[in-house]
Design a protein around this ligand. Structure first.
Ligand code: F6P
Length: 537
């Protein structure tokens, strides 16, 4: 992070430390309009933040000093910005709608390959949806089970739920991720083998959880349908690893490929979205990509002062590094977006949860906020108390849709009233004087006072559609990118997940071996011994 540019931000925080959001609003009647903008179907009101023009200028300087413009171009043009893995980062190519664009990696245009896979996915999903694809016994597919984890699961799960109104209601979609056998077993209870398509989704096709679940599902299917030949009609793969797919027993002509320049947590618009395409159809899937593309274009071309992902990223950095806010909350006021916070957790925390900079040196500032959230209004009756009156500063993004897909009486008005009211309460609070005026008993006043001055962003769209969902996902992807650039960390590797994976292999062998090595620390050995005893080994 550029120290000099950050110093200016820090000075302004000091200078304005006693100024509240309420005072900012009192000073400037145009504030709401000034600190709002629209992009790709989304309206962002960020006026309820501890900012003024001077602060925004200083934050934008911070972005400029990080060479953000050049970094954005590097990403969009396929430079190998994922340096620790020697890879380009090109999820934007997956939704690039500029038919003339050539995007080259190692001198080769990736766009023909992208279009080819998309067309193959479209043709395949058509045959599933229209019943032309028949299972081993001649029946059409009614159930789709996506087996994957992390980026090969969270995106499809989130988007399938988010786009429920667009899904084929006479089909059922399931997502198995956890290596906990309960996840698979409970899913298999819901489906019929002769009408089920399993999509094994794994970039590497080596991930323990996915491969174990896929093998178990294959054994179940073969047992139910009485022939190994059934696998060809009930299993397809989404992967970058053709050999491993073939070794598993899936015909590679039923494999939908993608490329090493698509990071797992950015892979929803790749073939990883196959289950979603089957659910919503290729045309709606195209609209989703269009939404992504609109936000991509906005991000690439808008000046930073009017650039939604840049603004969200800078505000995040302001609170995280300037005010010590360790976490931030994403609060979708839309039941269909209830898995959106979980999806963002991987996108953000696996990307920027890094403690060394691009030179391999320990960073001298904190990175990667802890991200969490629940759909409104459920959160209000759970953890909002802490946000309103607790001792932690937790900036929040509120996300809402003006129109519901399911109008029922005045429920939607009530939902949105709650969203707007929460941002109002968080920003403006309630003083002791206001409590006294309302007749609150003197001794209760400290408990009923709200400090306010809690920062929030509000994102509004007319309706949650494939297009606005695509734009929303791209918005957060680019926000995470900008923060990674400013923190000078590599956002597209995830070495931190390796150690546990490797150790789990050794532990597994000690859980199951006749003679375990027990070469672990005393605590781990004790846990292994206790487990072995309980299961009779
Ligand atoms: O958790 C680590 C990780 O590598 C993620 O980045 C990725 O999304 C997930 O595992 C699944 O990987 P794969 O798609 O190769 O099975």
């Amino acid at each position: 992070m550029d120290a000099k540019a950050w110093e200016k931000v820090d000075d302004l925080i000091d200078k304005n430390q006693n100024k509240t959001i309420k005072e900012y609003f009192a000073e400037d009647p145009d504030r709401a309009a000034k600190f709002s903008l629209e992009a790709a179907g989304w309206f962002l009101d960020y006026s309820k933040n501890r900012i003024d023009r001077e602060m925004m200028k200083a934050l934008i300087k911070l972005a400029e000093k990080s060479d953000l413009k050049a970094e954005i171009e590097k990403m969009f043009t396929g430079k190998k910005i994922n340096a620790t893995e020697g890879r380009a980062v090109l999820h934007t190519a997956l939704r690039n709608m500029d038919s003339k664009a050539k995007i080259k990696v190692d001198g080769k245009d990736v766009m023909p390959g992208v279009r080819k896979v998309l067309a193959a996915m479209g043709d395949f999903s058509d045959t599933i949806r229209n019943g032309k694809w028949k299972g081993f016994t001649g029946k059409r597919i009614k159930y789709v089970v996506n087996i994957g984890i992390g980026g090969s699961d969270l995106g499809p799960v989130m988007a399938n739920l988010a786009l429920t109104p667009y899904t084929k209601r006479n089909m059922k979609f399931f997502f198995v991720s956890n290596v906990d056998s309960t996840h698979l077993a409970e899913t298999l209870r819901e489906v019929k083998a002769d009408q089920t398509l399993f999509i094994v989704a794994s970039k590497t096709f080596t991930t323990q959880e996915t491969m174990s679940n896929a093998e178990a599902a294959k054994a179940w299917l073969v047992e139910k349908l009485g022939s190994k030949k059934a696998v060809a009609k009930h299993f397809v793969a989404v992967s970058t690893a053709a050999k491993e797919v073939a070794d598993f027993g899936i015909d590679v002509k039923n494999m939908f490929g993608f490329w090493d320049w698509v990071g797992g947590r950015y892979s929803l618009p790749s073939a990883i979205g196959l289950s979603l395409m089957i659910a919503i159809g290729r045309n709606n899937y195209k609209k989703l990509l269009k939404g992504y593309y609109k936000m991509d274009r906005h991000f690439r071309t808008a000046r930073f002062e009017r650039n939604m992902p840049v603004i969200l990223a800078l505000l995040g950095i302001l609170y995280h590094n300037g005010y010590g806010a360790e976490s931030y909350c994403v609060l979708p006021y839309d039941q269909y977006l209830s898995r959106f916070p979980a999806y963002l957790q991987q996108m953000d925390m696996e990307s920027n949860g890094k403690c060394v900079d691009k030179n391999g040196e320990a960073v001298t500032y904190t990175t990667g906020p802890i991200e969490w959230g629940e759909p409104g209004t459920n959160g209000q009756h759970s953890f909002y108390q802490l946000i309103h009156q607790g001792t932690h500063l937790i900036p929040c993004d509120f996300i809402g849709c003006s129109k519901t897909h399911n109008p029922v009486g005045d429920l939607h008005d009530k939902l949105m009233a709650n969203l707007f009211a929460q941002t109002e309460a968080l920003a403006f609070g309630k003083t002791a004087e206001e409590c006294a005026k309302e007749g609150v008993e003197k001794k209760l006043i400290p408990f009923k006072t709200f400090e306010g001055n809690k920062p929030t962003n509000t994102l509004l769209t007319d309706q949650l559609t494939p297009e606005t969902l695509g734009a929303l996902v791209a918005l957060y992807e680019h926000k995470v990118f900008v923060q990674g650039v400013i923190w000078n960390v590599y956002s597209y590797d995830q070495w931190g997940v390796q150690l546990g994976k490797v150790l789990a292999k050794g532990v597994l062998s000690d859980l199951t071996a006749k003679k375990p090595s027990m070469k672990h620390d005393a605590s781990t050995n004790q846990l292994i011994a206790r487990y072995r005893k309980a299961v009779g080994r």
